[in-house]
Design a protein around this ligand. Structure first.
Ligand code: XMP
Length: 513
């Protein structure tokens, strides 16, 4: 089935992918196009509507990006957002001028005429603005349908031409009812049905991966985390045994982690997974090192070395796949103000030597984290993978304070497994951001039975967070903490004291090192 397509013309806004994401949330298919895409091409693609994104430029500046003027004559509804609105006015005979005050942040939108775009919304909305220019005169045939404190033309329309422009950003969370405005545009103005789903994304991605990869091989570093797992499952579905995954066991993993990964991907999904068992190498290099930054560097460098060796052993492959998500996409170097158009396909992967050239395959690079989870579920990955808590790259290496040793790691692994189990049984695991144990090489006195003990301390850290930038410690019920403490002290040899970390971030960090 061919889906109705909404074309998002990208003028370089940092929010272009967020617009595409909101459209997906409305179960409509969207495609991001270069802003120069011809009207002829859009007509050929039979797009149901066109959205002009925002952008960093000013329409008043010579050489700033412009769409093909014929897009306004296609008879297809157009919605211009921010820079998009200014383009509409500028190109259709209105007037845009530099504003004396830059409007940035919240503003109050007063809706005068609800029409199709604002149907079902209240007359006042808090909206998010970010622009320097403003409209001074409407183009012919347009009327204003909403205003803000700083602009009489915060939303404009030509109903005859079905062209809409809004000064604010409906796609960002800070705009009240923003998603409803976009949904009104899609459904009531463009006539799109809610017929696009994650299953369609899977099908389209599989087509794209097959076309891109052809008969070549793909390598992927599987960490067991959500992103690399979903990328592996998707690519495997597309090209099967042409995909080889490398899982580096650095000796700093949690209890039974290697076994779980092998079990799931190798046995259940029948993927070609090569395990690089290199714990001894990591531990040898970490011997005598207690500085956190040095530890991280050693772990990082050793990882690259082991990974490279594995790749060499596997032999030539054209592609290296990565589970890069949209928020990780940082290398948006901009030619003519259009970052999305200049995504590099040929470049070297961080840490790998120049002689190892790969083409990157990044099938998740348009998605946000929650969409990747939905995709993982669609591909049949279990909840434990899809909703797994974040785990730092250096693993338990940054959770054993100071110098690392196999015996300390073993103690930490056992304690951590108990915490994990209790978080699962109390149904807290999926509700918090992270829950983990930290090994403190501090000996304290205790008494067990009639015996005096002198053993180490385990700290328990459970935090809630939205994005790891800030975090707060979770008020875990006392009964759960009690069970965790009892079990760790009774079941893990070498620990006689458990403490609970009640520091927030900031000023603390989530990890201890
Ligand atoms: P902090 O400790 O800085 O951690 O508050 C924020 C989030 O990042 C994770 N983290 C890492 N993830 N490699 C990673 O992939 C790392 O080196 C690393 N260090 C910290 C941490 O678990 C938390 O979710």
């Amino acid at each position: 089935m061919k889906h109705q397509t909404i074309a998002v013309l990208d003028f370089g806004s940092q929010y272009t992918q967020v617009i595409a994401r909101r459209i997906r949330e409305c179960s409509v298919y969207s495609k991001i196009y270069h802003y120069k895409t011809s009207a002829k091409q859009l007509k050929k693609d039979r797009v149901a509507g066109i959205i002009l994104s925002g952008g960093p430029e000013s329409v008043l500046k010579k050489g700033s990006p412009r769409p093909d003027p014929k897009i306004f004559e296609l008879g297809v509804p157009v919605l211009g957002i921010c820079y998009g609105l200014q383009l509409i006015s500028f190109m259709l005979g209105g007037k845009v001028e530099k504003s004396s005050e830059r409007e940035y942040g919240h503003g109050q939108l007063k809706i005068k005429t609800k029409g199709s775009l604002f149907r079902g919304l209240p007359s006042r909305l808090q909206v998010w603005n970010s622009h320097g220019d403003r409209l001074a005169k409407l183009p012919g045939g347009f009327k204003t349908i909403a205003s803000t404190e700083n602009s009489d033309f915060a939303a404009i329309v030509s109903e005859k031409k079905r062209i809409y422009g809004i000064q604010f950003h409906p796609e960002v969370d800070h705009t009240e009812g923003g998603i409803n405005i976009l949904e009104n545009f899609l459904r009531k103005i463009c006539g799109c049905k809610a017929d696009w789903s994650m299953a369609d994304f899977v099908r389209d991605s599989i087509d794209w991966i097959r076309k891109t990869v052809g008969s070549d091989r793909v390598l992927l570093g599987l960490s067991g985390g959500v992103d690399s797992s979903v990328a592996a499952a998707l690519i495997h579905k597309a090209v099967g045994k042409q995909l080889t995954c490398v899982f580096v066991d650095n000796g700093l993993l949690r209890l039974n982690e290697r076994e779980l990964v092998v079990d799931l991907y190798k046995r259940h999904f029948n993927m070609d997974v090569r395990v690089a068992r290199s714990g001894a190498k990591f531990l040898k290099r970490l011997r005598g090192v207690s500085d956190p930054e040095k530890k991280r560097k050693i772990i990082g460098n050793t990882f690259v070395e082991v990974f490279q060796d594995s790749l060499k052993r596997i032999g030539h492959a054209k592609f290296l796949a990565q589970g890069t998500l949209y928020p990780d996409v940082i290398e948006s170097v901009s030619i003519d103000g259009n970052p999305a158009a200049t995504i590099k396909s040929h470049h070297n992967v961080g840490g790998l030597p120049k002689s190892m050239k790969f083409e990157l395959l990044e099938p998740l690079r348009q998605l946000f984290k929650d969409e990747v989870r939905a995709l993982g579920a669609e591909l049949g990955l279990p909840k434990e993978v899809v909703w797994r808590q974040p785990f730092p790259g250096p693993g338990l290496g940054v959770r054993v304070m100071g110098e690392i040793s196999k015996s300390k790691l073993d103690v930490l692994r056992k304690a951590d497994a108990i915490l994990h189990e209790e978080m699962m049984t109390s149904e807290l695991y999926y509700k918090v951001w992270q829950s983990f144990c930290v090994f403190l090489p501090v000996k304290t006195v205790g008494v067990m039975g009639d015996e005096r003990t002198y053993e180490n301390v385990i700290a328990v850290r459970v935090v809630e967070s939205k994005d790891a930038m800030t975090a707060d410690w979770v008020r875990v019920p006392y009964e759960v903490l009690q069970r965790v403490s009892n079990r760790i002290i009774n079941e893990v040899q070498g620990v006689n004291r458990v403490v609970y970390d009640i520091s927030s971030k900031p000023p603390g960090t989530i990890e201890w090192e």
